[in-house]
Design a protein. Structure first.
Length: 653
């Protein structure tokens, strides 16, 4: 298995990103500056920050310091924690040279005393800070919100409050100027040419800590020859700003406020892009190589890939072909099976991983853990079968649970799966080369047409692959573009007893719980908005949904369906409306939505569901399957559901 900590070797091809930031830091004319290294949870921010720090630590006159606000959260004020940590580090640096400490010791003592004083009396109030940052509207809105919580406020009083200037403001400004002046002098006296402060895990902190840390940088520490590098998910920092400074009502205004605040504090934003399918394959292959090859061989491999010309993108991708060009044949044989596995699964797994290195590593760790667990329990598993099922689990969770239920009822060999594989493979092998690539089609209407055209060829050979003969589960699967590709993926599962594979994955299928554990911080934030009782907050959540990758969207969908399963009665009404709103935004989830409601007992389904299902499925390839489901509901013992379904089916339009 692999550690979840930042990597010591560049497996993500971050060298160019690190070099870009190195150049900024070593260009004096660009200092002082604040650099934001932005990326999703698990995208490799900590790894990139570590690479930059390793580059800088050997440079003359450069002092690096790492600060983790998350570790200080709950212990003391984040502003003074950051300020005190930096001055403590400068004191340690000065003590290493007696002459430097002799001339800077008094100033260090003075600054540490001032930090303690600030912490004790709360010098920098929450209304004064935004004004000093050049954003007085934030102070006004914050103060207005506080007043309205405690007493009725007339428009005249509000206007007066917004224009008011705290009496302490001039004193605050003077103390901040003095602190900055002394801090700049301290850097000079300790002979630190450039101070670089790395602040990681900021997006793990509470909104108050996030804002306090940013304010400390800009108000007290932003002096010549300083660089602050923040690793965070920028969307969570924007959310912290919106939470800290309430805005006027309105989705667009609230979103703009967080963005404006972040842009005010970050001069140079650098965003880490998600990995492409080829990059994920290369990353997985290098992880396997790390386990199989000896350390010298592995280090040499990584070095050769790093030294490839920047323009030669494909030469830097590690696959079986490049392995044969770089490694000895004996070494290639050690990893050939693993590289073959990744080449087959990555094209469809990449959607579930969302281009995220941490998800990729956790997928592989889960696979290895399950293989080890099965061995300990005396269960014989084929790795290829396990991986294929895990690909489904990570990417299409509702279909995974559906097959889990089917195999329980049919001694591990669901007929529906056999029927689906026969249908897809039959359609692909009985037609021309274009239909051979049917499962990889991207145009769903065209894909459905190809499926229909392939029936005649299949019937000629005696196969019955007509859509009308398919069970409802299979009809749902073949409507989903991704599921078609998964069904065609080796190995074929029709004659394999799946019970041991689902037994070893019982943490995912036993009680249909734990889906929120897979949510990234960003996905959790969006989910919390989607389930908010406030309409405006839900609208923000739906807008934010469009910014998420497919893996996060699937996790949110799974969390909503899991909650609906566990709740009863009217408590599910708002959740179900939210679920349909999500599917309306992300139509790729429609087949999973139909599978979810097919599996629910009829008595759990309220009459509002059929019209909502028609709304999201109308004019899509899944509309026919949705109507088939409503046809079944029309004869249900749940009279309300039956009546609503009949009304939908009887409509002309």
């Amino acid at each position: 298995m692999w550690s979840d900590n930042e990597a010591s070797i560049d497996l993500l091809r971050f060298r160019s990103l690190a070099k870009t930031i190195d150049d900024v830091i070593t260009t004096d004319s660009l200092l002082p500056t604040t650099i934001g290294v932005f990326g999703d949870w698990g995208s490799g921010k900590s790894t990139l920050l570590k690479m930059i720090q390793n580059d800088l630590e050997g440079m003359d006159g450069v002092m690096c310091l790492t600060f983790n606000g998350w570790l200080f959260e709950g212990y003391e004020d984040a502003k003074t924690a950051l300020m005190g940590s930096i001055i403590d580090a400068l004191e340690e640096h000065a003590k290493a040279n007696e002459s430097i400490f002799a001339k800077s010791g008094a100033l260090i003592t003075k600054l540490l005393g001032r930090v303690s004083w600030m912490q004790a009396i709360g010098l920098v109030g929450k209304y004064g800070l935004p004004i000093l940052l050049g954003m007085p509207q934030l102070a006004a809105l914050t103060a207005a919100a506080d007043m309205m919580k405690t007493q009725p406020t007339s428009p005249e009083e509000l206007s007066k409050l917004i224009k008011a200037n705290p009496k302490e403001l001039q004193e605050i400004r003077r103390d901040i100027r003095d602190f900055r002046k002394d801090f700049a002098q301290l850097l000079h006296e300790t002979e630190v040419r450039t101070l670089v402060v790395f602040i990681d895990d900021l997006d793990r902190c509470l909104p108050e800590t996030v804002i306090a840390t940013l304010e400390a940088i800009r108000l007290f520490l932003f002096v010549p020859n300083t660089v602050f590098i923040l690793g965070a998910d920028e969307r969570l920092v924007e959310y912290a700003a919106r939470t800290r400074f309430p805005a006027t009502p309105g989705v667009e205004r609230e979103l703009a406020l967080g963005k404006d605040y972040l842009e005010k504090l970050i001069q140079i934003p650098l965003r880490i892009p998600p990995l492409s399918g080829g990059e994920i394959e290369s990353y997985m292959n290098l992880l396997f190589a790390e386990k199989a090859l000896d350390s010298d061989c592995y280090s040499s491999l990584c070095e050769k890939l790093t030294q490839a010309k920047p323009a030669d993108v494909f030469a830097r991708t590690f696959d079986i072909e490049s392995a044969r060009n770089i490694l000895k044949q004996d070494d290639v044989s050690l990893i050939q099976a693993d590289l073959d596995l990744t080449a087959r699964i990555v094209p469809i797994l990449s959607q579930g991983l969302g281009g995220n290195p941490r998800r990729t590593k956790r997928f592989l760790n889960t696979m290895i853990l399950r293989m080890k667990l099965s061995k300990e329990r005396g269960i014989d598993l084929q790795q290829r079968v396990l991986v294929k099922l895990m690909v489904l689990e990570y990417t299409k969770s509702e279909f995974f649970k559906q097959i889990a239920n089917l195999q329980i009822l049919q001694e591990g060999k669901p007929n529906e799966l056999k029927e689906a594989e026969k249908y897809v493979i039959g359609a692909a092998t009985e037609t021309d080369k274009e239909n051979l690539e049917l499962a990889q089609a991207t145009d769903l209407p065209a894909q459905k047409s190809k499926l229909k055209d392939s029936k005649s060829a299949a019937h000629t050979s005696g196969q019955d692959t007509s859509e009308s003969s398919l069970s409802w589960q299979v009809q749902t699967w073949v409507t989903d573009e991704w599921m078609l590709r998964w069904l065609k993926l080796d190995p074929i599962l029709a004659d394999i007893d799946l019970r041991p594979y689902f037994y070893i994955a019982h943490d995912k299928v036993g009680g249909f719980t734990g889906s929120q554990l897979r949510l990234t911080p960003r996905a959790r934030e969006v989910l919390n908005r989607l389930i908010s009782p406030q309409e405006v907050t839900r609208k923000i959540g739906l807008k934010d949904l469009e910014t998420l990758n497919e893996a996060d969207v699937n996790s949110i969908f799974q969390s909503l369906t899991d909650q609906i399963r566990q709740m009863e009665g009217s408590a599910t009404t708002q959740l179900e409306r939210t679920l349909f709103d999500v599917v309306e935004k992300k139509r790729d989830l429609l087949p999973q939505l139909i599978a979810f409601y097919e599996a629910l007992p009829d008595l759990r389904i309220v009459p509002a569901i059929p019209p909502m299902l028609l709304r999201v499925s109308k004019d899509t390839p899944a509309e026919g399957i949705a109507r088939n489901l409503m046809t079944r509901w029309s004869s249900s013992s749940n009279q309300g559901l039956a009546s609503a379904s009949k009304q939908i089916l009887n409509r002309k339009n």
